[in-house]
Design a protein around this ligand. Sequence first.
Ligand SMILES: [Zn+2]
Ligand SMILES: [Zn+2]
Length: 228
Amino acid sequence: MTTPDQPIDAVPTTYGGTTFRSRLEADWAQTLDANGITWQYEPEMIALPSGANYLPDFWLPELGTWIEVKGPGIPRTEKAVELGKTRACHCDGDCTCRWPGGELVIIGRPSLPWDGNARGHRPSAGYANWESAFGPSAYHVTCPRCTRDQWITLRRPWTCRNCQRGLEKQQIHLPHERSLRFVEGSGGIGSAFSNPALDAPLTDEEIAAVDPYQDPYSHGLHDPWSDQ
Ligand SMILES: [Zn+2]
Ligand SMILES: [Zn+2]
């Protein structure tokens, strides 16, 4: 089943008991899990001010953040942009929004590839790639208190969207800095997040043992994202 917002060749993919509309959505769910980010899939149909109905892909209830997953090319993002505009902070003076700066809408993109020059990461694992749907750029940051990975904008105050701790002293990252590992397929890459030893340089034998072109999903169907 496809909708006008989805690539025609999107392959429904089941992960963790949820059937996603595309493999890329399933990969984002795995990535969120691997990073300890609580998510809900398509929890709410939203009536936008323009009159359009919009079903965003992911809601992150701890972070006040939506993620709309979009494949390569120039898929339509108007609804995500309108949601971002609508839910952004409109406070006069100090922000009193439930989440600092209001709700955030992130466009989740296909991963950035593993950097072949950087030994020490599994070659089958790439890095998360995203952009803000509306407003200033979204940076990835990890809260030192509650440890939540999250996205923030540079609008002050810089506080954790989960626990409100100040984040001024934390490193912030844009996607090209490759700070957030992306989990693709069910090949056990997620365990890399919980096993620090996997951040150590891989041996040549380990590198040879990892086949980056192996389709880790069991359905064995064509992967529309591999054609890029
Ligand atoms: Zn506000
Ligand atoms: Zn926090």
